[in-house]
Design a protein around this ligand. Structure first.
Ligand code: FAD
Ligand code: NAP
Length: 534
């Protein structure tokens, strides 16, 4: 057998071959051989994986990051950075901003701005601007990786093969080379690392049991990368992704329907969820309540005919749409990792990796966190913080564990909803109805007054433990800039804030956030909670 040795082609292409110990051998087919020795190999270059690897590199660890984006079912592709940067938080928030600006344009006229002609929105302009920003973030990540001089491979991590050697996990991965070069060769690379971190996140689910769902539907992996407007859209699902997408689509002027099979925003305070959807209905989003989709057919005209069952009447209904967006949850990305061969235990129902408080899995030296971790919040800041702390622990710098309690979040719907802590329902079930006191207020944002906007859904709820200083168990806010407002109060909450602390806080006038410092009407009192006066 001839044994030709060459320097790795990939590294020649990426011009960092001087660091690369891979050699390619000819054994009838080209094989990549060579052994890497890393302190840490991170699989997944998303929010969590990048944070973990950058932190580890800064602490002097030798790190390799492997990231590969499998195109969506519709063929949409994107760069490094994971869900948040490419198909999540960032493009979503920018499109939400596009929608808010539409509302602001309407308000502006009440404030004296003369806007000639009807206002209209151009999808392609927005999409191009958003996509360019995302590409700039991809570039930024790449530059940072290069600057930190650690190894980044845009490869699909395929199979972990476990071997233990002096407490060193030996990784073995296989990826099809056609992914990169359209050549029908199989490369196998053996990596060795002291520790392996899995941060491969998740991808949107399709309801595969519904005829036409996959062929004709799109998901959040596609919506932000569409070059043309999705037109009249049916959004199926009623949680974060569904309501946020339906919100911005409505806001930019597209006819949008949300199909809800049960309740909106499961797991959130249901009074607040009701306010969010009430506002959306008033804003123009249509809701098809208690409805279960049955099929999607493409008509000869090109439009999509959706059939669903109205669970309230038991009857089937039909309508046509230009696009159907499935926002029915996300599935963890574990299928290519061969975790069963290694013995990494998964939750059979969710498919997520079972993890301990220190992010360790059932296999020593293999860690997992972020969206892939069972029971972890599917949020970017938790993935980032958990990743940094894990890197520090693995480098022996700290024993500090990630605190997943009291994580604040915001749903970026047309009326934003921010919260931290327990919902009223959860507080009641944990502490008993008689042991909690709920303070609330319906307030009118000052900016709504001149604009003559309805503020019926602008609401504040502070759930407290009854008695003493009344420790705050949950804080909820619907209104403009809910994310900014909630972020500030989340720190107080983290420090164990009580109603007394809240009342002792002097407000900043005139803001919506100051209304939180003024809540004094309890639900139990039955008094009118409408804020009057300045
Ligand atoms: P990801 O960011 O998903 O990264 C995983 C990476 O691993 C990806 O690049 C993936 O391609 C790669 N990968 C997968 N398998 C392999 C493999 N076998 N080999 C190599 N690489 C692989 N969170 C918020 O906090 N705020 C928001 O406003 C918000 N908005 C969102 C909006 C939408 C539409 C969506 C879908 C999510 C949103 N999220 C939001 C959630 C947030 O995006 C995720 O919680 C976060 O990205 C999770 O980070 P992660 O590192 O666990 O995974
Ligand atoms: P999700 O929270 O799992 O919600 C899935 C939704 O789809 C639910 O309303 C569910 O209804 C519905 N559904 C599921 N299967 C269905 C079917 N076959 N037909 C009709 N409806 C169906 O998923 P998600 O909205 O995709 O969000 C995923 C995670 O991403 C969230 O947990 C969140 O942490 C993160 N995220 C965060 C933000 C943010 O921070 N602003 C934004 C977006 C996403 P049921 O309630 O009846 O099951």
């Amino acid at each position: 057998m001839s044994n030709l040795r060459h320097t790795c082609w990939l590294c020649l292409l990426w011009s960092h071959y001087q660091h690369c110990p891979i050699e390619i051998e000819w054994h009838g087919i080209w094989f990549v051989t060579g052994t890497f020795d890393y302190d840490l190999v991170v699989i997944g270059g998303g929010s969590g994986g990048l944070a973990c690897s950058k932190e580890a590199a800064q602490l002097g660890q030798k790190v390799a990051v492997l990231d590969y984006v499998e195109p969506s079912v519709k063929g949409t592709k994107w760069g490094i950075g994971g869900t948040c940067v490419n198909v999540g938080c960032i493009p979503k928030k920018l499109m939400h901003q596009a929608a808010l600006l539409g509302t602001a344009l309407k308000d502006a006229q009440k404030y004296g701005w003369q806007i000639p002609g009807p206002i209209s929105h151009d999808w392609s302009t927005m999409a191009e601007a958003v996509q360019n920003h995302v590409r700039s973030l991809n570039w930024g990540h790449r530059v940072q990786l290069q600057d930190n001089l650690f190894f980044f491979y845009e490869l699909l991590f395929h199979t972990i093969l476990k071997e233990y050697n002096f407490n060193t996990a030996i990784l073995h991965f296989v990826f099809p080379i056609e992914v990169i070069m359209s050549l029908p060769l199989v490369w196998q690379i053996m990596l060795t690392a002291k520790n392996i971190v899995i941060a491969t996140g998740g991808r949107p689910k399709y309801p595969t049991h519904i005829p036409g769902a996959v062929e004709h539907g799109i998901t959040s992996d596609d919506i932000f990368w569409l070059k043309e407007s999705p037109g009249k859209t049916l959004v199926v699902g009623a949680s974060y992704v569904a309501l946020e997408c339906a919100g911005f689509l409505t806001g930019i002027g597209l006819e949008t329907t949300v199909m809800v099979r049960s309740i909106p925003l499961r797991g959130f305070d249901q009074q607040m969820a009701g306010l969010v959807t009430d506002y959306m209905e008033a804003y123009g989003t249509k809701f098809s309540w208690r409805s279960v989709p049955k099929s999607v057919d493409k008509l000869s005209s090109g439009v999509l005919q959706v059939t669903w069952t109205d669970e309230q009447t038991g009857k089937d209904q039909r309508d046509t749409f230009d696009s159907v967006l499935w926002a029915v949850g996300r599935a963890p990305e574990t299928k290519t990792l061969g975790l069963e061969k290694v013995g990494v235990k998964l939750n059979k129902e969710s498919g997520k990796i079972l993890v301990a408080a220190d992010e360790s899995t059932s296999v020593p030296n293999i860690y997992a966190f972020g969206d892939i971790g069972e029971g972890r919040p599917e949020l970017t800041p938790t993935a980032i913080k958990a990743g940094k702390l894990l890197a520090r622990r693995l480098a022996g710098q700290t024993n500090e564990l990630m605190n997943y309690d009291n994580v604040a979040t915001t749903v970026f719907t047309p009326l934003e909803y921010g919260c931290v802590g327990l919902s009223e329902e959860e507080a009641e079930s944990r502490h008993g109805k008689d042991s909690i006191e709920v303070y609330h207020a319906f307030y009118k944002p000052l900016e709504f007054t001149v604009a003559e906007r309805d503020a019926s859904q602008c609401y504040i709820k502070v759930v407290c433990k009854r008695g003493g200083d009344q420790r705050i168990l949950g804080l909820h806010f619907t209104g403009p800039n809910a994310g900014e407002v909630t972020q500030g109060f989340a720190m107080g909450f983290q420090c164990g804030a009580t109603l007394t602390h809240l009342k002792e806080t002097v407000g900043i006038h005139p803001t919506c956030a100051e209304e939180l410092t003024k809540v004094n009407v309890s639900k139990r009192s039955g008094l009118d909670a409408t804020v009057t006066g300045c």
